[in-house]
Design a protein around this ligand. Structure first.
Ligand SMILES: Nc1nc2c(ncn2[C@@H]2O[C@H](COP(=O)(O)OP(=O)(O)OP(=O)(O)O)[C@@H](O)[C@H]2O)c(=O)[nH]1
Length: 182
C-alpha cells in the first residue's frame, strides 16, 4: 500500500489500472511560488514542493509516499494546466501540427529508500481537426491537464510519432514505478 500524494484522478487511474494499491491524499502546494520558467526545473521544483509538504504532514512510517508533477513544453514554452478555456485553446493551437514534450517528475520515499525520476515523452502531432478541437475545448476535458492535452484521448488520432512512455505523458511513469516497487 502506498500513499499517492496527489489530487490527480489520472494518476489514481494509472495506479489502479496497474494493480498498485494506494490511498490518495493530495496537497496544496502553490506552484505559482516557483520562479523558474525552465520546464524541467519547474517540474522538479513543483514535485519537491509537493513532496516536502506531504512528507511533513504524513511521513513514511505507515506507508511510502509518492508525489509527481507534469508539465508540457512546446517551442520552448512552459505549458502548465490551462487557466481557462481560452488559455487551453492557445495551448492546443500551439501544439497542433507541432512537436511537444510532457515532462513528469516523481519522488517516491519509503522507510528504506528514496527514488527521484524525471521522464520525458515527446510527441509529433499532425494538425488537430478544428471541429474536434472545438468540441474537446467546450467539453472542458482539456482542463486540469498539463498543456491541455490528453494523449490517451483527444490527441490519440493526431500522434504521428512518440518517444517515451504514455504513462509519463499522462502524469506518472508507472513502468519505472513498478520496477522500484518490486
Ligand atoms: N488524462 C490525462 N491527464 C494528463 C495528461 N497529461 C497531463 N495530465 C494530468 O495533468 C495534471 C498535471 O498537473 P499537476 O500539477 O502535475 O498535477 P495535479 O493534477 O494538479 O495534481 P497534484 O499531483 O495534486 O498536483 C496531472 O493530473 C496529470 O495527470 C494526459 O495526457 N492525459
Amino acid at each position: 500500500m502506498i500513499r499517492l500524494g496527489s489530487n490527480s484522478p489520472t494518476r489514481a487511474k494509472i495506479l489502479k489500472d496497474n494493480g498498485i494499491e494506494f490511498i490518495q491524499n493530495g496537497g496544496n502546494f502553490d506552484e505559482d511560488s516557483i520562479k523558474t520558467t525552465n520546464p524541467k526545473s519547474f517540474c522538479y521544483e513543483a514535485t519537491k514542493g509537493k513532496f516536502e509538504e506531504l512528507y511533513k504532514k504524513y511521513g513514511v512510517e505507515d506507508m511510502p509516499l509518492l508525489v509527481a508533477d507534469s508539465v508540457v513544453t512546446c517551442n520552448g514554452e512552459l505549458l502548465r494546466k490551462a487557466k481557462d478555456l481560452d488559455d487551453a485553446r492557445r495551448m492546443l493551437e500551439l501544439q497542433s501540427g507541432n512537436k511537444t514534450s510532457v515532462i513528469t517528475c516523481m519522488i517516491y520515499k519509503s522507510k528504506k529508500m528514496e527514488y527521484i525520476d524525471i521522464s520525458i515523452t515527446t510527441y509529433k502531432f499532425v494538425p488537430f481537426d478544428k471541429t474536434h478541437m472545438d468540441e474537446y475545448i467546450s467539453s472542458g476535458e482539456c482542463m486540469g491537464k498539463a498543456g491541455a492535452i490528453m494523449v490517451e484521448g483527444f490527441c490519440k488520432p493526431y500522434i504521428k510519432s512518440v518517444k517515451g512512455y504514455e504513462s509519463t505523458a499522462m502524469g506518472l511513469c508507472v513502468e519505472k514505478l513498478k520496477m522500484i516497487l518490486k
